[in-house]
Design a binder for this molecule. Structure first.
Ligand SMILES: [Zn+2]
Length: 548
């Protein structure tokens, strides 16, 4: 494998000064996307030095309270770009470049594309400090290598790797009848198949009976040696009676296709049971480029009175393998358990635009919103819309519009569309646009939507100062902001009328100003903060503090 590796080795170095231990691997299955880099553990700490993986220049800086948090992009002379995300801070010369722009634009969230010569870096130069900003569940460095077309690549291909002698673990197996006449274990619905781990570490499935066109799905993860994290595997191959008929390879993908992960996995099982079953066949309208060596899209055709063997090989990057062997008896059964079809009045054709309107709700599904045709369960009662099944994945967003003309004008302004999520149907703000008498949102999730009202403005609490207090020794100004329902949309803070940069961390509801920014050197300071929620309720906080 290494002899054929066309990717430069030793060009990119470990971006941290500690050995690589992985909390996440490339292309592992995340919610609605494949993981585009590797997550390197930072010993539960923030503030570790992050080094340029190779020489180059800073080509992009993106700062957001969400997603990658504080992220730095370095473009290298060989055309690749490396990405460093969830940073706590950038190295001094990059940080001062950033702050100047943030003060100029009066915004914490910002995206910059510095000129090629502005921030040139040597390999191994300090570029940032690791952190936990954005959508990060704990301190770590998210590290990516992208090719010149912005396709993320598995960093292991470039020699960035960790010790791994542990083979992938297989925790679930499903068999899927595909053709109308297909049967598995006397049923025409998908069947969980029991697997047993053998003494040699491989797996044997219970023998199944089947006939017709069928396929399989597997639940699998990989662990590396130095941590217990459940990470993604590198390659899955299948064999039918000794010949390879399907292969999926997690080397690279494009950001355009990443949402099609919902076609790779059994989305219904994912939404209802949280398990990620990867289908070992290429379902209709699956646009992923990860497949190769595939015969008949990975499907098997089983005929009556035959016997066959299907094998699955799961590998990690270090070629540790786990095998599953599934004996199949071709057997046509006369009386089978028929799948119950949930027939409803509304049928969606994936290749057509459909609009469903009832009472005060109109939902428009554009052409190709879904991967397949299906019966949709559409109900509306008391301003709550139910559109099911929740396990039907969407490729594109669709539109939901509520007519709110029955509400009085004062109430209308406080209304928004909420998705009711999870077991407790918790109302979650869905980005709402309004006209005089309508509320409208775009979403990719079937489920429950309602009209909600938020009349309560955000709360603002000063954490390390009080009005008229002397705080000469404070290094930062810390404020907590929360909103009960629609959520924080915007904030603006000033000292003595001058805009100050407050960094927003949504996970801790905190705003932080760094006195090193030296916006005021006066002893007496008037601090003012205005926070606005997503329907426009706003709160103003004012306090005077003193410093010498
Ligand atoms: Zn990551």
């Amino acid at each position: 494998m290494y002899s054929q590796n066309p990717y430069p080795q030793d060009y990119f170095a470990n971006p941290l000064e500690i050995p690589i231990v992985l909390a996440g691997t490339f292309a592992e299955l995340r919610s609605n996307h494949f993981h585009s880099g590797m997550d390197i553990k930072t010993q539960h700490r923030q503030g570790l030095n992050v080094l340029a993986s190779a020489e180059g220049f800073v080509s992009r800086i993106k700062i957001s309270p969400f997603g990658y948090g504080k992220a730095l992009y370095i473009t290298h002379p060989n055309g690749y770009t490396t990405v460093y995300a969830h940073l706590s801070k950038l190295a001094p010369k990059i940080e001062s470049y950033l702050k100047e722009q943030q003060y100029d634009q009066e915004s914490y969230g910002i995206e910059l594309f510095p000129p090629i010569k502005a921030l040139v870096l040597k390999k191994g130069e300090l570029v940032a400090y690791s952190g936990n900003t954005g959508s990060s569940a704990g301190p770590h460095l998210h590290f990516e290598i992208r090719d010149k077309n912005e396709y993320p690549m598995n960093p292991m291909l470039f020699g960035i790797n960790t010790k791994d002698t542990t083979r992938p673990l297989i925790s679930g197996l499903y068999a899927y009848p595909i053709s109308e006449d297909a049967q598995i274990n006397k049923s025409n619905s998908k069947q969980p198949i029991r697997i047993t781990k053998q003494a040699d570490g491989n797996y044997i499935a219970e023998s199944i009976t089947a006939v017709g066109k069928i396929g399989f799905g597997i639940e699998t993860i990989d662990r590396q040696d130095l941590a217990n994290n459940k990470n993604g595997v590198y390659n899955i191959q299948t064999q039918f009676n000794g010949s390879t008929n399907f292969e999926i390879d997690f080397k690279t993908f494009s950001f355009y296709e990443t949402n099609d992960i919902n076609r790779l996995i059994d989305y219904d099982i994912y939404k209802t049971e949280k398990d990620k079953i990867q289908k070992l066949f290429i379902d209709t309208n699956n646009g992923l480029s990860l497949y190769k060596n595939t015969i008949d899209q990975g499907y098997l055709t089983i005929t009556d009175s035959t016997s066959a063997v299907y094998k699955i090989k799961v590998s990690d990057f270090r070629d540790n393998e786990s095998w599953v062997t599934i004996p199949i008896d071709g057997k046509l059964s006369q009386d089978i358990l028929k799948k119950s079809l949930d027939v409803t009045p509304n049928y969606i054709y994936e290749n057509q635009t459909s609009t469903i309107a009832e009472e005060n709700v109109t939902v428009t599904f554009y052409k190709n919103t879904f991967y397949e045709d299906f019966f949709i369960d559409f109900k509306i009662s008391n301003d709550t819309l139910q559109i099911l099944p929740i396990g039907q994945a969407a490729r594109k967003s669709f539109n939901i519009t509520f007519d709110i003309s029955k509400y009085n004008d004062a109430d209308k302004e406080k209304l928004f569309i909420a998705e009711l999520v999870g077991y407790k149907k918790w109302p979650k703000y869905s980005t709402t646009t309004r006209t005089a008498n309508t509320l409208s949102t775009y979403t990719k999730s079937l489920g429950y939507y309602t009209i909600a009202s938020d009349t309560i403005p955000p709360t603002i609490t000063a954490l390390n100062f009080k009005d008229e207090q002397w705080i000469s020794n404070a290094e930062t100004l810390n404020v907590k902001i929360t909103d009960d329902l629609s959520g924080i949309s915007d904030y603006r803070a000033t000292i003595n009328g001058k805009w100050i940069l407050m960094e927003y961390e949504y996970k801790t509801n905190s705003l932080t100003y760094d006195f090193n920014d030296q916006i005021s050197t006066e002893p007496h300071n008037d601090f003012k903060l205005i926070v606005t929620d997503n329907v426009g309720n706003s709160s103003t906080f004012e306090a005077r503090f003193h410093r010498k």
